[in-house]
Each structure stands twice: as structure tokens, then as C-alpha cells.
Write a protein that binds this ligand. Structure first.
Ligand code: ATP
Length: 233
């Protein structure tokens, strides 16, 4: 295994694959942030990248980090990547490397392949190949920031096309009486899912919840309704 100095033995990789684990291929800004967040949440991560410096910098931070060319099937097999249930391909700039890696993973029968696309064309190719989940980090973040910049929302996430969750200050129209008496759903088409009084811990909201000035709420609903609601004062 001299070619993979950070890898250890194939047996070790097999043990990682058996645990709650994800293989992350491409450890650029997106891939390394993803890998570190998975580790922070207790998931084992095998990280793979061509770049020796990146591999060195993440050595000790991930369960295993290996310098390798992920477009080569024999290399991925040697690394026991075929034993992982979940693999994320976070290669963006080199589109042919992204496509080749995904097609090798698909031929290995990995059950859940996630891949990052840099644009719609790249995403379309990945979808046509059969990649299970194509993600568009730049596009999604751009849209999210647009919603934040435009309105009073403190945070915004579109959970499904046309359906969003918004974090916003509780507007005065729904303060000081139980949510069940505000007619919120009828008037605004949204549901308050959770709330925070001042600095207290977040809690689930129900019809008996009474919000006060200064509370923060999580609202779910159609994107335009949730966004319009977040503009209320
Ligand atoms: P980011 O925005 O996440 O920094 P990017 O979209 O600019 O990344 P790239 O820099 O092209 O995408 O790729 C991310 C990482 O994938 C890089 O660190 C690169 O070394 C790695 N990579 C590219 N090709 C391969 C390959 N064939 N095998 C393994 N890793 C690869």
C-alpha cells in the first residue's frame, strides 16, 4: 500500500465501510466541509482526493484520508469503496473526472451516490447517468441568499420545489394569543412549526402556543407564502 500512505490496510477500510459511514471523493472546499460535518455528527468518513497537500491537511481529521485517482475502478476497489452504501462525489471543476468517477461507482452498484454539479449541463449528464442525487451547491446557496437579502427572514431553506422553511421574528399579528386563535393558516397559508422565546431552547409549536414580542419562529409553507409571512412586522 505504499501508494496510499494514509490509507492503512484494506481491512481497515472494510471496517469503516461497515460502520455508519460515507465515502467522500474530492476534498475541495465543498467536499472537505461536508466530510468534517459528517465526522462532527459521528459518521465515519473515508476521504479521497488526488491532491497530496489536501490529503495531508485532513489527515487525522477524517477516519481515513487517501490520495488516489477516483476515476480508476481498480483503485476504488482497492480502497473498498464498493463496500460503502453512500458515496458523495464532490469533484466540480474537472467535469470529466466527476462523470468518470460516477460511472465507475454506478457500475459497482453503490446504492446511494450523491454528486455535486457545477451547472445545469453537468447536472443533467449526472442525472442521465443514473446518479441518485445531484446537488447544486452554488446555485442553491445563491437562491437562498437572494431570499435572505430580499426580506426580513433570518434563514431560509427551500425543502422541496416551491416549499420552504423560514426562520423569522414573530410578527405582531400573531403575538399574545394562542396560535390556534390567530387564523394563521387561512390568512397566510403557513404553519408555525417551532419557536424560541428570547434565548431559551427551541420548542415545537402547537395551537396552544402563545408567542410574545421578540420571539423567533420557524414557519413552513409554500415558498411565496412563507416568504411573504416573513416580511410581516
Ligand atoms: P470546491 O468548490 O469544493 O473547492 P471545485 O468545484 O472547484 O471544488 P475541483 O477543485 O475540481 O472542484 O474538485 C474538488 C476536489 O476534487 C479537488 O481537491 C481535486 O483535487 C479533487 N479531484 C479532482 N479530480 C479527482 C480525481 N480524479 N480523483 C480524486 N480527486 C479528484
Amino acid at each position: 500500500m505504499a501508494r496510499f500512505p494514509h490509507f492503512g490496510t484494506p481491512d481497515r477500510a472494510r471496517r469503516v465501510a461497515e460502520a455508519d459511514s460515507v465515502a467522500v471523493i474530492g476534498l475541495g472546499r465543498f467536499g472537505s466541509a461536508l466530510a468534517l460535518e459528517l465526522m462532527a455528527g459521528g459518521t465515519e468518513v473515508l476521504g479521497i482526493d488526488l491532491d497530496e497537500d489536501l490529503v495531508q491537511s485532513l489527515n487525522g481529521e477524517l477516519t481515513q484520508v487517501v490520495r488516489a485517482d477516483a476515476t480508476k475502478q481498480e483503485v476504488l476497489r482497492q480502497l473498498a469503496v464498493d463496500e460503502f452504501d453512500r458515496v458523495v462525489v464532490a469533484i466540480g471543476g474537472d467535469i470529466s473526472a466527476s462523470i468518470l468517477t460516477c460511472s465507475v461507482l454506478l457500475s459497482m452498484g453503490i446504492p446511494a451516490i450523491w454528486a455535486k454539479a457545477v451547472d445545469d449541463q453537468h447536472g443533467l449528464i449526472l442525472e442521465q447517468l443514473g446518479v441518485h442525487k445531484v446537488i447544486y451547491p452554488e446555485k442553491d446557496m445563491g437562491r437562498r441568499v437572494a431570499h435572505l437579502v430580499r426580506g426580513a427572514a433570518l434563514d431560509f431553506i427551500e425543502i422541496a420545489p416551491g416549499y420552504a422553511m423560514v426562520k423569522a421574528p414573530a410578527p405582531s399579528a400573531i403575538q399574545d394569543r394562542p396560535l390556534g386563535e390567530t387564523g394563521l393558516r387561512k390568512a397566510h397559508g403557513v404553519t408555525v412549526a417551532a419557536f424560541q422565546h428570547g434565548e431559551d431552547a427551541w420548542d415545537n409549536a402547537d395551537t396552544s402556543t402563545t408567542l410574545r414580542a421578540g420571539d423567533t419562529i420557524l414557519v413552513v409553507g409554500k415558498t411565496r407564502d412563507a416568504e411573504a409571512f416573513a416580511q410581516l412586522l
